[in-house]
Design a binder for this molecule. Structure first.
Ligand code: FES
Length: 325
């Protein structure tokens, strides 16, 4: 996530087990995965733009946008593109994951919420269409002024294109193989007053949009946000600190040269993580009391001031905090 993202204060990460109930081929290199409660209980509700953490195997957690129907409480759906430079996540989904498998997931989290606007333009690049699909369907169903631009190389998932077409809003497809380049400069130059642009896609697309549009007109979700700088004390001061696991729980001492996440793992605590760079949000813990030196690239200033949570891979208490995992 980037600083441009709006974040909500509704943070209730909860780890649960889910069963893979379906894997569907959407297009070359793209699978959708359907998840449901193993007991058949309803899944937690979510809103367009939300994502989940999926623990694919021990130490391999990835974030995926929910791209199904928010009204369907029987299941969640994510879509996974096989990345050429996969560090294991998408390769695992494509080669190892099978219907019937049980996974641990956390969330849903909302870092990319829909905001009210007189008009919306959705700009998707490749698999970046996934968080935007439910947003487009929701705004179209509300009768909003909506325009969609979907740029992709190779083959677009037919199921996604059908869903876009079913909304009835103008959808402009830009297949690069046919020379249909998306001209972002021309698109931005023609925007009406108050139009909100939502975009998810490759970094070069998001970078160009951030250069073309003022921050108040743009909401983006990045695949690879910049890593955060871990917390460090002023020169001459110690960064050693401690965290207490619950009001009556054990205290974990955190040495100067380790992160709070390292210390929690050393103590045997079960904390889900993925990036260890303060960008993915997987390791979020709840703060019951104590002051935090926030160093992540996720929370905005308001959320930091509220002090309800922090990301122990890069942030740490000033001295001691009571936390809840
Ligand atoms: S592991 Fe990604 S924010 Fe901590």
């Amino acid at each position: 996530m980037t600083a441009l993202l709006e974040s909500t204060t509704d943070r209730a990460p909860r780890v649960r087990s889910v069963r893979v109930t379906g894997i569907t081929w959407e297009a070359e290199g793209i699978l959708s995965v359907t998840l449901a409660d193993p007991s058949g209980d309803p899944m937690p509700a979510w809103e367009p733009g939300a994502h989940i953490d999926m623990e694919l195997s021990q130490g391999l957690t990835r974030q995926y946008s929910l791209c199904g129907d928010p009204a369907d409480l029987r299941s969640w759906t994510v879509a996974v593109r096989l990345a050429a430079d996969s560090r294991g996540g998408s390769a695992h989904v494509h080669s190892t994951l099978r219907p019937g498998d049980i996974l641990r997931v956390q969330g849903p989290r909302q870092h990319f919420p829909l905001e009210d606007a007189p008009a919306y333009v959705f700009v998707a690049g490749g698999i970046g269409i996934t968080p935007l699909l439910p947003m487009i369907e929701a705004t179209a169903a509300d009768g909003a002024n909506v325009t969609v631009h979907y740029a992709y190389s190779g083959q677009a998932p037919a199921g996604f294109v059908e869903r876009l077409a079913a909304t009835g809003v103008p959808v402009h497809l830009h297949p690069s193989a046919e020379g249909e380049r998306l001209d972002l400069a021309a698109l931005c130059a023609g925007l009406g007053a108050g139009t909100l642009v939502y975009s998810c896609g490759p970094e070069r697309m998001l970078t160009e949009l951030t250069e073309l549009l003022p921050a108040e007109a743009l909401r983006i979700e990045s695949f690879s946000p910049a890593p955060a700088e871990p917390a460090a004390p002023p020169a001459g001061e110690s960064s050693a600190c401690s965290v207490q696991l619950g009001a009556d729980g054990p205290v974990v001492e955190v040495a100067e040269d380790e992160s709070v996440l390292d210390a929690l793992e050393r103590s045997g605590a079960d904390v889900m993580w993925s990036c260890r760079e303060g960008t993915c949000g997987s390791c979020e813990v709840v703060v019951l009391s104590g002051e935090i030196d926030h160093r992540d690239n996720i929370l905005d200033d308001t959320e930091r001031a509220e002090g309800k949570c922090f990301f122990p891979c890069v942030s740490r208490p000033i001295s001691r905090a009571v936390i809840e995992l």
